[in-house]
Design a protein around this ligand. Structure first.
Ligand code: NAP
Length: 332
């Protein structure tokens, strides 16, 4: 089993390590945190005594106690941390979005290639069986495909802190935050995996005083149809996501965390489409990432790397169209 080191001790790291250990894909062996107490609290949730702890990033990356690192720090830190991991010969799984911009992703993919290690963006939902059911449905009905509306808008638990001037990472340009990079990235992944690269990208956003987008409307133009994407962290939406096939429609209860699929037929009659859904939405990606690394599956890796590049390009074009600039952009 691959030995796993993690960066970032938030709830998402816990969920990933639970998925990794439950599916026997990876075994947690080292934790980096800025504070020893947090590293220990995190490790204790797993097999604490066998897990090494460190608060020193250089020591962490030069450690021989793990093979692969899962990076779940704020977005703008992914680049330097992934770079250091690759330079130290680690396999890298990095949370979405893996980088702040196209230049950073191109650099990381190039040095990963030179070093002969994997750099995998953790777009968890595209690996789930329920998403594969959507791909299957699209394949059956492709000739009638006529567009989609994808929605992922949730009032963030951190928005109150933002309104209270506490500056949470996800609402700052310093940490490459905002609705599009945090939630919109799931919808953009849906569009890229299902429909490919669009010809044109436009983003109309509600820009907050911190400079990031609180919510917005993204349009992706393809040859014969449009994909309209609604994202937000400042309000709650209950709209389903839909893919249109003329008179028929496929309905998904969410664009980023699909739990239910339905179809509407030519007479607008709704019926469920049965699909598998794991309790932990990160199970499927943990199994798949371990498989890619263990089997050295270069074909699948090339496909995932291509998706990551297209998604990253769309995000960067969308930001340009809405006038959103990250501090990370000024560093390149
Ligand atoms: N796939 C998914 O379903 C999913 C869900 C949520 C988030 N994410 C992604 O996971 C990543 C982390 O998101 P999050 O909301 O957990 O972020 P976050 O709470 O801002 O930070 C995550 C961790 O990074 C470390 N950290 C926080 N601020 C830092 C700073 N200023 N400098 C260095 N380290 C810092 C902290 O760990 P220590 O205190 O231990 O150092 C913290 O627990 C993002 O890329 C996000 O997009 C993915």
């Amino acid at each position: 089993m691959l030995k796993l080191g993690i960066i970032g001790t938030g709830w998402i790291s816990q969920q990933f390590v639970e998925a990794a250990e439950e599916t026997k894909s990876f075994k947690l062996t080292e934790v980096y945190s800025r504070t020893e107490a947090k590293a220990k609290t995190f490790a204790d949730k797993f097999s604490g005594d066998d897990v090494y702890l460190t608060t020193d990033l250089d020591k962490f990356f030069s450690s021989d106690k793990f093979d692969a690192v899962y990076i779940a720090s704020p977005n703008s830190l992914h680049y330097s941390q992934a770079k250091q991991a690759i330079e130290n010969g680690k396999q890298v799984i990095v949370e979405k979005p893996s980088t702040s911009n196209v230049h950073e992703l191109a650099t990381l993919q190039q040095i990963a290639k030179e070093k002969g290690v994997f750099l995998i963006e953790a777009a968890r939902h595209i690996h789930e069986p329920i998403f594969k059911k959507v791909q299957w449905y699209l394949e059956q009905n492709k000739a009638a495909l006529s567009g989609a509306t994808l929605s992922y808008m949730k009032y963030s638990s951190k928005y109150d802190a933002y309104l209270d001037a506490q500056n949470p990472n996800v609402f700052t340009t310093t940490f490459s935050g905002g609705a599009l990079y945090d939630l919109g990235v799931y919808c953009v992944y849906d569009a890229v995996v299902l429909f490919g690269e669009p010809n044109q990208v436009t983003y109309d956003a509600e820009i907050l005083s911190s400079g990031v987008d609180g919510s917005g409307s993204l349009t992706l133009k393809y040859d014969d149809f449009d994909v309209n994407i609604i994202v937000g962290k400042t309000k709650n939406s209950f709209m389903p996501s839909e893919i249109y096939f003329g008179k028929k429609t496929l309905l998904m209860d969410s664009a980023g965390d699909i739990t239910k699929l339905q179809q509407s037929d030519e007479k607008k009659r709704l019926s469920p489409i049965p699909a598998e859904k794991s309790d932990n939405p990160m199970d499927s990606e943990a199994v798949e990432f371990a498989r890619i690394i263990n089997e050295n599956d270069q074909e699948k890796y090339a496909q995932l790397s291509r998706y990551a590049r297209i998604v990253n390009r769309i995000l960067e074009h969308a930001r340009a169209s809405a006038g959103i600039v990250f501090e990370a952009d000024k560093e390149n």
